[in-house]
Design a binder for this molecule. Structure first.
Ligand code: GLN
Length: 486
């Protein structure tokens, strides 16, 4: 391979010209995964399965077939169920779970020709912002081994940043694609809610969960998203819409576009380097031809508290299915009955953060508290969505930081879940509103850690988000790479 960190276009032309085979690409990347095992980005690999997929891709290539990702290696966040690999959701509960089917997103990527290298570490059931809640141990940030990669799609971000895979899948419920992308210096987009099927995506909070790609460029995100998105009758919240050709329509000329700067995102506690990069981002988009306008999202400060009611409420309901009867772990102490089995299984299978969320969720949904918490949070959610609707009457896309800080040291927030939750303060509003949102790398801070900028778009305007992201990518010239892990 000419480049050690190739993009999809480069790999495609090498595959098309037979300079390299899908099998060779898979072998090379498997070698890297093995060499970088101390990163703990992968929770399952299965060489035989990967090589079988690569062989099938080589046969399709030899038959003259063209498919957008034919022969391209990738890996999946271990929230997507897959055949051929374990499907654990980062939990002891599903530590040995083998799915009998592929998630729809996984299936679509396979049809598009992608070759899976395995499953990527993540916070248990996607709950977290640091990947420290994984039952399989924390994943490390390739830029600094003692720093977190972000979460919950930490393994995806780390694997892409470290060059173990060119692209990966992630999921975002309240920032889990964008925040780790920012922490690891990669690009990740969460599309409009309903764009990618949730079928086979292990559920956290169903009204928020959304799949998306993580990659080293905006172009690669556009290609991946094109293969992942589209209507699926197996998901009741899937949108009936044609998938545009985002890759073909990429255009970094922003003349005639207005970029909104939400004044409520100037929050105390945000790193100065992040505020500076936000200013720089404005200048870049202006340079690309956009007009910068101030906008207001007045309910921003209520978004995070509302999210931490809605998400645990849905989680408590979704996670009721792990009862020792149907899926995964069963703990049946001697002589015990059904109730004892439920209790023992759930006590042994779930980690602390998941238990915390189940308790909070059960409480806010309980009789007498439901209206005070859950109904109220849903009203706030509607107000947050309305804020964006109003703002988008004055602008086409919103520019904000992805996170208030850069990556933090492993273990530094273990005792303080609330501070950890605050890391999602800029990401959660777009999730509550179901809007497309992306993080693109902007710069490196004084500690050598990457910082990201976030773009939020109107519903279904992934193109507008990608185009503004491309304008930033072209100007940021973010070519730095972490230390070599392989
Ligand atoms: N960090 C947030 C949470 O813990 C978001 C997680 C996610 O988007 N999956 O809920």
């Amino acid at each position: 391979m000419t480049s050690l960190f190739p993009d999809i276009a480069t790999l495609r032309s090498q595959l098309d010209s037979r300079a390299v085979s899908a099998t060779e690409l898979a072998q090379e990347h498997l070698k890297r995964v093995k060499a970088a095992s101390s990163l703990n980005a992968f929770v399952d690999v299965n060489e035989a399965e990967t090589l079988a997929q690569a062989k099938a891709a080589d046969a399709r290539l030899a038959a003259g077939e063209t498919a957008p990702l034919l022969g391209i290696p990738l890996a999946h966040k271990d929230i997507f169920v897959t055949t051929g690999f374990k499907s654990t959701a980062g939990s002891r509960m599903l530590a040995n779970y083998q799915s009998p089917f592929n998630a729809e997103v996984v299936q679509r990527l396979a049809l598009a020709g992608a070759v899976s290298l395995g499953k990527l570490n993540c916070d248990e059931f996607a709950m977290g912002s640091s990947n420290e809640n994984s039952a399989f141990g924390p994943c490390h940030n390739p830029w600094h081994a003692h720093a977190v990669p972000g979460g919950s799609s930490g393994g995806s971000a780390a694997a892409v940043a470290a060059g173990l895979v060119p692209v990966a899948t992630g999921t975002d419920t309240g920032g889990s694609i964008r925040q780790p992308s920012a922490f690891c210096g990669v690009t990740g987009i969460k599309p409009t809610y309903g764009s990618c099927s949730r079928y086979g995506m292990i559920a956290y909070a169903s009204s928020l969960d959304q799949a998306g790609p993580m990659a080293r460029s905006v172009e690669d995100c556009a290609i991946m998203l094109g293969a992942m998105a589209g209507f699926d009758p197996k998901d009741a919240t899937s949108l009936k819409m044609d998938v545009p050709d985002w890759e073909a329509a990429l255009n970094a000329d922003l003349r005639g576009k207005k970029v909104g700067i939400p004044r409520e995102y100037r929050m105390e506690g945000t790193d100065q380097a992040i505020l500076d990069s936000w200013e720089q981002g404005k200048a870049w988009l202006k340079d690309a031809g956009a007009e910068i306008v101030d906008v207001s999202l007045p309910h921003t400060k209520y978004a995070l508290p509302a999210y931490y009611i809605v998400a645990p409420a849905e989680a408590s309901s979704n996670l009721a299915r792990y009862d020792g009867v149907r899926y995964g772990l069963r703990d049946l102490p001697d002589g015990s009955g059904l109730q004892d089995m439920y209790a023992a299984t759930r006590a042994a299978g779930f980690g602390d953060e998941v238990k915390r969320r189940i308790l909070i969720g059960t409480y806010v949904l309980s009789a007498g508290f439901y209206d005070a918490y859950y109904t109220q949070a849903q009203k706030v959610r509607a107000l947050v969505a309305r804020d964006f609707e109003r703002a988008f009457q004055e602008c086409d896309v919103i520019l904000a930081p992805t996170t208030p800080t850069a990556s933090f040291p492993l273990g530094s927030m273990n005792e303080d879940p609330l501070t950890m939750y605050l890391n999602d303060v800029f990401a959660v509003p777009a999730s509550l509103a179901g809007l497309p949102a992306m993080s693109v790398p902007a710069t490196i801070n004084a500690d050598g850690l990457p910082l990201g900028l976030q773009l939020v778009g109107k519903p279904f305007d992934e193109q507008g988000v990608l185009n503004a992201g491309l304008a930033i990518q072209q100007r940021a010239g973010f070519t730095a790479q972490p230390v070599k892990w392989w």
